[in-house]
Structures are given as structure tokens and as C-alpha cells.
Design a protein around this ligand. Structure first.
Ligand code: BES
Ligand code: MN
Ligand code: MN
Length: 459
């Protein structure tokens, strides 16, 4: 193993140059004008996977963006890892808030700034470099590995469930490894054992054929912006509870052991407020900030649009109003069922003065593992070897929809070992990856394969 680690240490600078090439490709899955860039990024990943010595490398077409596949299956007696990551990234707007161009990776103060640096290209690349180190130094890996890197995670992984169902036998493995989450804090390596699920919806209201003169008509007809605001106001009560009937029926209560463990994590509420500029924290009464974001469901307005929003004043009654509303779910809530309950509630609270169009976008199931799983313990040892420190166990508020699919369709447990940071600015301007976490992450990944190789698969 020393040779492998030495190789990683010696090649540190080369890794950055190569990663900059990957980060230069604007593979924004949400924007149709970037379709070619997304394809180019898939090809870049495939070429790199071939170059480091993976086999059977290919792009597998889906109705959307291709999945990049590669494997190395030369350890017949060892377990098989299914590695998952995504090569697509979020849009970059507002562009003017970036301190350096989002697709020209720039190093400042030990951080690599670029869209996708942390979410998720940098973290995928970390594993490619760990694999490369094993293959060049030993000619082999201690485990078998199958990699799938997808290009639609940031738009809800719409084609991935079908992809997995269609390739069930080829994807057979013992454990899934994913690096697409964050460390609890700087200097606190972490393993994530729970993710929230998601339901994403849109509400469109229309009250008239066109916008109207607000003096001529105001007072006699409904204003959809106002109606929408009143509807949104009926979605949560004063204590932060969601008012959709049945919403909490399947929510698994927080275990006392989790509450106790989380209370011991190095979380400083005051620092959290200051770091992000929150005037005050708020949320569901009776729960701490970590509990609110990790273990409780939420309903949020992602966007609101109506009427005149330009400079100056225009006296107008808007004809339409729109809101994008999503709910983060926790075990054992089901996105389909919650979507149905929410739609029924929205229909019920929509007054007859407006016409409602309700649409559903993507969704995903929540996920939770038990952290005494032997694979999670193996990851704990690898992280300790890579970071010189035992990891903490976290849940996260974000969603990776495919993780529950791996469990349900392939029967596979997942190990989520991420090296992002809470202030990495994922999905926001100035996304960044801490270079020492990236480097230690490569080393920990190299150890992870070795630790998993020695893990006996539970019958
Ligand atoms: N890497 C994130 C998921 C994540 C974020 C996990 C923070 C843990 C902490 C992923 O790329 C992501 O952004 N997921 C989306 C999923 C959605 C588009 C279905 C999310 O959580 O909003
Ligand atoms: Mn991600
Ligand atoms: Mn993301």
C-alpha cells in the first residue's frame, strides 16, 4: 500500500491540472444549450477511465444523457464495489457573483474554485485517481469495481431508475460507494448514513386573459399573486408544521440515540448563523437545527413569479402567478404519496377566482442506513487512515435519489463518503473544493478499496 500512497503524494500537482480539464466542460444538465457539452463531458470521463486502466469502458445511451460505464473485475474472490457519481453540474447564474469564471478552475487559499469542483466532478475524480494509483503501482485493485457516472443527477436522475432496472445483472455488486456529500465541518471527516427525499412541484394560477389596468379593474377581480401568497401562507402553521393533511403520517421519529449523538457533534449555532449571514434561525418547534435539516421534512418555496418586477412602478394586475414548491422528505415518506396529498391540498385551498395548473417535476425517496454495517465500518477505517482522524456519522438534508433505488432494486447498501464542506457553495456562485480534503480523499479512497476487500459480505 505504501507504493500506492507515495504515488498519490508524488502526483498531487498533476491531479489538479487534469481535474481542471474536467471542470472546464460546462456540463449543465438543466440547460438545453449545453447538451453537446454534457456529451463531451461524458466522453472526457470515458477517455480518462480508459486511460487509468479500467476495462469495458463505454457510454451507455439513455433517453437523456449517457451513463459512463467502466469496470475492473480481476479479483474474483474479493467483493465488488458499484461506484456511483455524476458528471453533470448545476447552472452558474448569477454569473456576476463569481470571483473567477465558473469553468476556469482557479486556486485561491487552498481551495479550487469552479462549478462542479465539489458537486460532483472533483469527488468522482478523486476515486479515478485512487484507482489509477492502485493499477499503476500494483497492476491490480484489491477489489472488483464497476463505475457508473451519470449526467442527469442535477435534474432528478429521470432515466436512471430504468437504466438500473435494465442492467440489473451487469450491475450486481456487494456495496455501492458514493462521494457526493459533505464533511460535517472543516477538519471533521464524515460518513453520511441518511439522505432526505424530494417532491418538486409547480403551481400556476391564472385569473384573466391578460394583465389588467390595476385602477380600472382593481378591487373587483382576483389578483393571482395575492391568491398565491394566501395559498402559500396556508401551507405551514406558526410552529413550522406543514399543514397538508396526512403529511406526517409516515415520518419515522428521531431515535433518542441519534438525538444524543448529534447533540455531541461540534456544531456551533452562532458560528453557523454568522458564516451564512442568517439574522436568526427558525424552523419546526421542538427540534434543533441539525434535526430540522437532517431528520425532519420541510416544504419550501424555491421560486415565485408574478406581475411587474422591473425597475420603477407599473400599475398592473397580473394575469398569472407561479410558484415552484418542493418538499424534502424523510424515512418512511413516499414521494408519490406525498405528492398526491399535496396536490389534493392545493386543489382544496385554491379559490374559484383563479384557474389552477398543478404540475409535478422530479422526486426521489429518502434513504437511511444503519451505521453498524460492516462496509460503513470499513469506510470508517479507511477515512481514519486517509485523514488521520475517525469520521463522525451524519445524515444530510440533500437528496441523491438513486441511493434508495440501489437498495430497493439491486438490494445494495451504500457507503456515502464525501469530502465537500458545508460552505463549499454547491449550486451557488463560487463553488469550491478544499485541496487538502481532495488529496486526503484520494488516499482514503485508495484505502477504502483495500478495507472493503477485507470486509466479509454478510450472508
Ligand atoms: N450532491 C447533491 C446531494 C447532496 C447535497 C447530498 C448536500 C448531501 C448534501 C446532489 O448533487 C444534489 O444536488 N441533489 C439534488 C437532487 C435533486 C435534483 C433531485 C438536491 O438535493 O437538490
Ligand atoms: Mn451531487
Ligand atoms: Mn448537486
Amino acid at each position: 500500500m505504501d507504493k500506492v500512497i507515495d504515488f498519490i503524494n508524488v502526483n498531487r500537482d498533476r491531479y489538479l491540472d487534469e481535474l481542471k480539464g474536467l471542470l472546464a466542460i460546462p456540463s449543465i444538465s438543466a440547460l438545453p444549450e449545453h447538451t453537446d457539452d454534457v456529451k463531451r463531458c461524458a466522453s472526457w470521463c470515458a477517455e480518462e477511465m480508459g486511460r487509468i486502466g479500467l476495462q469495458n469502458v463505454r457510454l451507455i445511451d439513455t433517453p437523456g444523457n449517457p451513463v459512463v460505464y467502466g469496470d475492473w473485475l480481476g479479483a474474483p474472490d474479493a467483493p465488488t464495489i458499484l461506484f456511483y457519481g455524476h458528471y453533470d453540474v448545476q447552472p452558474v447564474d448569477p454569473l456576476e457573483l463569481w470571483e473567477s469564471p465558473p469553468f476556469e478552475a482557479t486556486i485561491r487559499d487552498g481551495e479550487l474554485y469552479a462549478r462542479g469542483s465539489a458537486d460532483d466532478k472533483g469527488q468522482v475524480f478523486m476515486h479515478l485517481k485512487a484507482i489509477e494509483a492502485h493499477l499503476t503501482q500494483n497492476g491490480r485493485l484489491p477489489v472488483n469495481i464497476k463505475l457508473i457516472v451519470e449526467g442527469e443527477e442535477e435534474v432528478g436522475s429521470l432515466n436512471l431508475d430504468n437504466f438500473i432496472a435494465a442492467h440489473k445483472t451487469e450491475l450486481a455488486a456487494d456495496v455501492v460507494v458514493i462521494s457526493d456529500t459533505s464533511m460535517f465541518a472543516r477538519g471533521v471527516p464524515s460518513i453520511c448514513y441518511g439522505l432526505r427525499g424530494l417532491v418538486y412541484t409547480q403551481i400556476d394560477l391564472r385569473s384573466s386573459k391578460t394583465d389588467l389596468h390595476s385602477g380600472v379593474f382593481g378591487g373587483a377581480v382576483a389578483n393571482p399573486a395575492f391568491v398565491l401568497a394566501q395559498m402559500i401562507a396556508q401551507m405551514k402553521d406558526k410552529s413550522g408544521r406543514i399543514k397538508v393533511p396526512g403529511f406526517y403520517d409516515d415520518v419515522r421519529p428521531l431515535e433518542p440515540v441519534e438525538r444524543e449523538a448529534w447533540a455531541k457533534l461540534p456544531f456551533n449555532e452562532k458560528k453557523y448563523r454568522k458564516d451564512f449571514g442568517f439574522a436568526r434561525l427558525t424552523g419546526e418547534v421542538g427540534y434543533s437545527t441539525l434535526e430540522r435539516t437532517w431528520a425532519r421534512p420541510t416544504l419550501e418555496v424555491n421560486g415565485l413569479l408574478s406581475g411587474f418586477t422591473g425597475e420603477g412602478a407599473k400599475t398592473v394586475l397580473p394575469a398569472v402567478a407561479m410558484a415552484k414548491i418542493s418538499m424534502r422528505l424523510v424515512p418512511d415518506q413516499d414521494p408519490q404519496k406525498i405528492g398526491d396529498l399535496f396536490e389534493a391540498y392545493v386543489r382544496k385551498i385554491t379559490p374559484k377566482t383563479v384557474e389552477l395548473t398543478f404540475s409535478r417535476m422530479h422526486g426521489g425517496k429518502p434513504w437511511m442506513a444503519s451505521f453498524d454495517s460492516p462496509f460503513i465500518q470499513a469506510a470508517g477505517r479507511a477515512i481514519e487512515r486517509g485523514f488521520g482522524q475517525k469520521p463522525v456519522f451524519t445524515r444530510e438534508g440533500g437528496s441523491i435519489p438513486v441511493v434508495s433505488t440501489f437498495q430497493e432494486v439491486l438490494g445494495l447498501p451504500s457507503v456515502l463518503f464525501g469530502v465537500g464542506l458545508p460552505d463549499e457553495n454547491a449550486h451557488a456562485p463560487n463553488e469550491k473544493l478544499d485541496l487538502s480534503n481532495f488529496h486526503n480523499g484520494i488516499i482514503a479512497s485508495a484505502y477504502l478499496y483495500e478495507e472493503i476487500a477485507q470486509t466479509t459480505v454478510p450472508a
